[in-house]
Ligand binder design. Structure first.
Ligand SMILES: [Zn+2]
Length: 457
């Protein structure tokens, strides 16, 4: 099977090459040529796609996703999503030009990961957090998605079975973050009172009780009274009851989750694989400790969402600079800060970290609100349009830089060059979210913005 994509601006993904107008030739699942205008063939023995007005780039690689397999969800090992949801998440990744995802729900099994990989055109890769403290943190916060044999699995066995990183180490669900606001605090309040509150109301109550750094000494009774009133809970709970409910929901998993981060980075050193650590206000202390520990100097550690909004912008910048000096890599997550703005309403951290040319090496999405994150390809366009990187540099942050950072995620991928896998995206130059065509291994899986029958297997 052969395809010629011609006439668009070809951004090869290597960080510097742009061919305008250029053409990409795919044969037998591989890129066989990247051509310049005067080399375009007059006749071609396959499908010819006119990419005028479009950008042609490698299929994007997203190193921070959740909920893209039938396995346990999040670092808290919540119950798996039903099939239509995890397949739906993969559909949305693919329709937005992402052809490879790393599932950072570290308690999904490799059978779960392989099932997703087999059934959907997106390449799905897996991670592991099968470590004693990570497991304890998950079981304390939730753990309802754990299979009966989860306690028998180890990081070593998972890596032998194909997992490629240790992560996500820590998470909002186990560390008093957004996952608590969205799921566990509202559930505990509903169970006790029958009243359903929103994630913003839960966050306000949690911060009144425990502050931003999750500390019982941070209690602010005036703010708690106002937050309870605003959430319609003033009649249902006394201040003491609400404090106890929040503390009992949030605190028990914190110590094992923080110890799990230390344990995960040690395991990464032992097994020679990358560790991906949840960066947020709640983990800032442990991250600083690990960054300055010289025993970790040869470990590849990635600070996930270095732009997490629980940091103040100045804290995020400080931590990213410390990480840079310690040899850590940093990923910036777009969350939903560009368009949907449900979980993250500020782009201050994003711009502050990205405007420094050396601090952020890769872009990802994380989960957003219930899986509705902004598109990775939109993050790429934003980074270029904001002047933080050239277009070639921005594409590389979701392509070759990710493939290079995480061995096994997309070997030879993230680049359009002779011999690389034919994972190719054609998107409107005006709005990259208008993705016209996507090819995976040379097979057309998105045509005119719609999934083809080849997208599901
Ligand atoms: Zn995270």
């Amino acid at each position: 099977m052969s395809t010629l994509v011609r006439g668009g601006t070809v951004v090869t993904g290597d960080g510097s090459t742009v061919v305008e107008p250029g053409a990409v030739v795919m044969r037998d699942g591989r890129v066989s040529d990247v051509l310049e205008r005067w080399e375009f063939p007059a006749h071609f023995d396959g499908e010819v796609i006119d990419a005028s007005g479009c950008v042609v780039m490698p299929g994007l690689i997203n190193s921070h996703t959740h909920g893209v397999t039938p396995g346990a969800l999040f670092p808290s090992a919540a119950p798996p999503l039903p099939e239509h949801r995890w397949m739906g998440h993969l559909d949305r990744h693919l329709l937005a030009g992402t052809t490879t995802v790393l599932n950072l729900c570290g308690f999904a099994s490799m059978d779960d990961v392989r099932e997703a990989d087999r059934r959907h055109a997106v390449h799905v890769r897996g991670a592991t957090t099968h470590l004693p403290n990570c497991l304890r943190a998950a079981e304390t916060a939730d753990g309802k998605g754990l299979p009966p044999d989860a306690g028998d699995l180890t990081v070593e066995r998972m890596l032998e079975d194909g997992a490629i990183v240790i992560g996500e180490l820590g998470g909002g669900q186990t560390l008093g973050g957004g996952g608590q606001d969205l799921v566990y605090i509202p559930a505990a309040i509903e169970k006790a009172s029958g009243i359903r509150i929103s994630n913003n109301q839960a966050r306000r109550i949690k911060e009144a009780v425990l502050g931003r750094f999750i500390d019982v000494k941070a209690i602010n009774l005036v703010e708690l009274a106002e937050a309870a009133e605003e959430a319609g809970l003033a009649e249902a709970f006394t201040a003491t009851e609400l404090m106890k409910l929040v503390a009992d929901t949030v605190l028990p998993s914190i110590t094992p989750a923080l110890d799990g981060i230390r344990e995960g980075v040690r395991a990464a050193a032992r097994f020679g694989v990358p560790a991906i650590v949840h960066s947020a206000a709640a983990t800032g202390g442990v991250i600083r400790e690990l960054m300055t520990d010289t025993r970790n100097k040869d470990v590849r550690v990635v600070a996930a969402h270095a732009n997490h909004p629980s940091h103040t912008p100045a804290e995020a910048l400080d931590l990213a600079k410390l990480g840079h000096d310690a040899g850590w890599a940093a990923e910036a997550s777009v969350f939903d800060l560009l368009h949907r703005k449900h979980t993250v309403t500020t782009r201050e951290h994003w711009d502050l970290l990205l405007q420094d040319p050396g601090l952020i090496s890769v872009l990802a999405t994380d989960y957003g609100h219930d899986g509705h994150h902004d598109e990775l390809i939109s993050a790429v366009q934003d980074v270029a349009a904001s002047g933080h990187r050239s277009l070639a540099g921005a594409v590389a942050m979701a392509a070759s830089a990710v493939a290079d950072l995480i061995p096994g995620l997309a070997s030879g991928g993230g680049r359009l060059e002779r011999g690389s896998p034919a994972d190719v995206v054609v998107a409107s130059a005006g709005d990259f979210r208008d993705v016209r065509f996507v090819f995976v291994d040379g097979v057309c899986v998105v045509r005119d913005g719609q999934l083809t029958s080849e997208a599901h297997r």
